[in-house]
Each structure stands twice: as C-alpha cells, then as structure tokens.
Design a protein around this ligand. Structure first.
Ligand code: IMP
Length: 429
C-alpha cells in the first residue's frame, strides 16, 4: 500500500493535472479532497485535450476508481455536464466515480452571491463558481450535503430556508421565484443521476487502505491560495494544502506516506492579490504567450513572474513536502539570465520567510539571484543527462534553495514528456 498527496506549491496552475495523470498509472484510487469546479486540470491523453473541473483526472485511465470526497463543494449541474462530456468521449463514469454523501453542494444562490461580491469593492477576482459562498454556508452550518439533497423532503425544507435568508441579499438581482426555479431545475433527473454515484467515501477509502491499495490524493489550486496559509484574503475558501487531504477525505494522518509538491519553473497567478515576483513588463507578457498562461476554467490571462523560492519554501514547510515536480522548464529556454527570488526586503529588513501580514505581502521587494540561462531544444527530453548543463544547474539551484529533491521534470503537456529523476520512487510509472 502507498498513499501520496500531490499539491500545488505556488498559486495553482502548476501543472498538477499532468503530474497526477502520470502518477495515476500506479494508483488504484484517485481522490479530490477540496475545492470545486473552480479548478481546471488540463490533461492530454491519447492525443486528446481534456480539462477536468471536479472529476479526478484518474477517470481517464481505465480501471481506476475516482472519489470526490467530503471536503469538495460540488455543483450538481456542472458535475453532470462533466460526466456527460466524458461519457460522450467513451470514458465510463458510472461504477468508477464515487461522490461523498458528506460533500456540500454549490447551489444557484451561491453563484449569484459570488458574482455579487465580485461586482463590488470587496472583489478578489474569484472564478465566480460560487465556491466562497458554498464554503461559508458549510462553516456557517447552513450548507446542504449531498446526502440531504438526495432526500426531497429534507432538501426542500433546507433549501427553502436558505433561499428566504439569501433573497434579501440578492434583491434587485434575482427574485426568489427565479432562485427556486434554478434550484429545482432538473432536480428529479439529477437525483436519478447521482443515485448510483453517492457513497460513504471514508468507508470506501478505509476499506481500500486495508486491502493495501495505492491511493493518490489530488489537490486543487495551490498553497498560496490556501485560506489559512495563502495571501489572505486573496485566496480560495478551502485548504489546498496537504493537511486538508485527511480532513477532506476522512483518512487519518498516519495513513499518509508522501507529499509531492508541483512547481512551475516560473510563477503565475490568476485573480487579484499580492505577487512579489510579478513581471508587469513586456517580458511578463512574453512568458504568458510562451507558456500559454490562460486560466483553464475562466480563460483569464495569468499574471506571470520569476520563480519565488520564498513562496516555495513556505509551501515546503506548510505541506511537509517530501518531493517536488518541476513543470514547464522548456518555457524558459533562451531566457538569460533566469532570476530567482531568494529573499524579500520588507520594511528595510531582509526576510527569508513568507510574511503573514498584508502589508508585508504587498510591499515585499524580491531579492534576486541570477542564474545563467540555457538554450535548447529541451522540450520532450526524457533523460536528465541530456538537459543542457545550464538547465541542470537551474534545477539543482532550485532544489538547494527550497531543500527538497526534484523527482520529476516536465517539459511538455503529454505524460511522456517527463523526466523521472528518481526511478526508485514507487509511484514512477
Ligand atoms: P474562488 O476559488 O473562485 O473563490 O477564487 C478565489 C481565488 O482563487 C481567485 O484568485 C481565483 O483566481 C483563484 N483560483 C481558484 N481556483 C483556481 C485554480 O484552479 N487555479 C488557479 N487559481 C484559482
């Protein structure tokens, strides 16, 4: 048996989809434990391009079981659409996907409330999928879980109370009648759709662990979007960090073997909020075009900047990372020098740890170390020794700065375009 958590060590969009798809070959079960359809995991499989939002990318591999666990907030309509899309591509979902009866739902009023907040001065650049309001309801103890959605009498009662409470907030935007109509749209058909998928997923996972199965936990978003340890309040409403895999799936911490962090060879972020190494110049635009840095969920252009070792060291500590996967190294081909932030200057002081305060995060000025660039071509290489020596030096420099070994280097979208640095790692396919 082996368990592995894969998380994003920056602001999301590090390329977790591809890494999870690669490691998923060795998994029996792939689990999503937080977030919702704000995520966009891009996977190239059989020459086809898939973007998955709620269903673990393991669904693309025949014979794997996929779990949407309790920590996820799930949009019933969006989930059905994703499942239908997969089935239209001949990927079977029923019998392979299990959704936690304990998972909370995203309902139409959550989407309206998200859009409302984003239209005001408190805007943080969300995906407007209703994620924040759904998690607020969960911790506010008025959320609705899938188990209760499946019981029409209970659901009608709970949702009616919620709609009455939310209608005044949405006054002038959407009437309670429209909310009701949206909430009950296709309700019977959706319940029929979910009936074979709903499961008591902690029991399912514990049984699998007892049977010595390999379980892969697929994080969504990234450490810097974590509601506790990210750039609050410009964060998502869940905990994308590794610790949340236990809370979000009902598996005890002693069952976790390893935690792998995915990092891009530079940094990107979508949405508003602090980003110390952001490049607001032509080179930033060039990186965006070269790396095709546009949001997989919303299509928004991603902000681009240099690799930030302060951020990644923070992620190493918070997640207890044991390994790293570096993605998109090929995008830096021909860039000279390559800059890496190794510390910040905050209020006249040099700091090596990511600051907690808003002022510290906003005013941090990166202190860079310049590394010689490399020329290619490197895309698609599968042997570390064939990487140009300067590219190898960049990789070794990053490892040393953040203190965790690089286990994979990815240079291309498909699963094959990856270098495995440690062939003994049991998850290497
Ligand atoms: P929310 O998760 O939609 O509430 O958005 C909160 C913040 O997280 C915004 O800055 C979003 O752009 C960001 N965000 C949410 N999901 C993702 C993701 O999958 N990748 C990158 N950023 C994300």
């Amino acid at each position: 048996m082996s368990t592995l958590i894969v998380i994003g060590a920056q602001w999301g969009d590090e390329g977790k989809g591809k890494i999870v798809h690669l490691l998923g070959k060795k998994a029996d079960i792939i689990v999503r434990y937080q977030g919702g359809n704000n995520a966009g995991h891009t996977v190239v499989f059989d020459g086809k391009h898939f973007v998955l939002h709620q269903i673990p990318s393991g669904i693309l591999q025949p014979g794997k079981t996929c779990v949407i666990a309790n920590g996820v907030v799930m949009d019933p309509w969006a989930l059905r659409e994703e499942a239908r899309f997969l089935e239209s591509r001949k990927i079977r979902v029923t019998g392979r996907l299990f959704i936690s009866a304990w998972a909370h739902l995203i309902l139409p009023y959550h989407r309206h409330l998200d859009a409302l907040r984003e239209s005001g001065s408190g805007k943080i650049g969300t995906t407007k999928r209703g994620i924040g309001p759904a998690y607020s309801d969960k911790v506010g103890r008025v959320g609705i879980r899938l188990a209760d959605y499946m019981d029409p009498e209970v659901f009608r009662d709970l949702v009616e109370k919620n709609m009455q409470a939310k209608a005044p907030l949405l006054k002038g935007l959407v009437s309670i009648d429209t909310l009701r109509e949206e909430t009950f749209k296709d309700y019977d058909a959706l319940r029929a759709f979910f009936a074979p998928l709903v499961a008591d997923t902690p029991t399912l996972l514990q049984a699998a662990l007892r049977r010595k199965k390999n379980v892969l936990f697929e994080g969504a978003q990234g450490t810097m979007l974590d509601v506790d340890f990210g750039t609050y309040p410009f964060v998502t409403s869940s905990n994308p960090i590794a610790g949340a895999a236990c809370v979000g799936s009902g598996v005890g911490p002693a069952s976790i073997d390893e935690v792998l962090g995915v990092v891009k060879a530079y940094t990107t972020r979508v949405g508003d909020g602090p980003f110390p190494t952001e490049l607001k110049d032509d080179f930033g635009n060039k990186l965006r075009e070269r790396g095709q840095e546009y949001g997989a969920t919303t299509g928004r252009p991603r902000r681009c900047g240099w690799f930030d070792a302060v951020v990644v060291r923070h992620a190493v500590r918070i997640n207890g990372l044991t390994r790293l996967a570096l993605t998109k190294l090929d995008v830096l081909e021909g860039v000279n020098p390559i800059r890496v932030a190794v510390a910040y200057r905050v209020d006249g002081r040099i700091v090596k740890e990511f600051p907690a305060s808003r002022r510290g995060q906003t005013e941090a000025v990166p202190i860079y170390k310049d590394i010689s660039g490399f020329t290619g071509p490197v895309k698609g290489l599968r042997d570390y020794k064939k990487l140009p020596p300067a590219a190898q030096r960049y990789v070794r420099f990053l490892e040393k700065e953040v203190g965790v070994p690089m286990t994979f280097i990815s240079m291309g979208r498909s699963r094959e375009e990856t270098i495995a640095m440690d062939r003994k790692f049991r998850w290497v396919p």
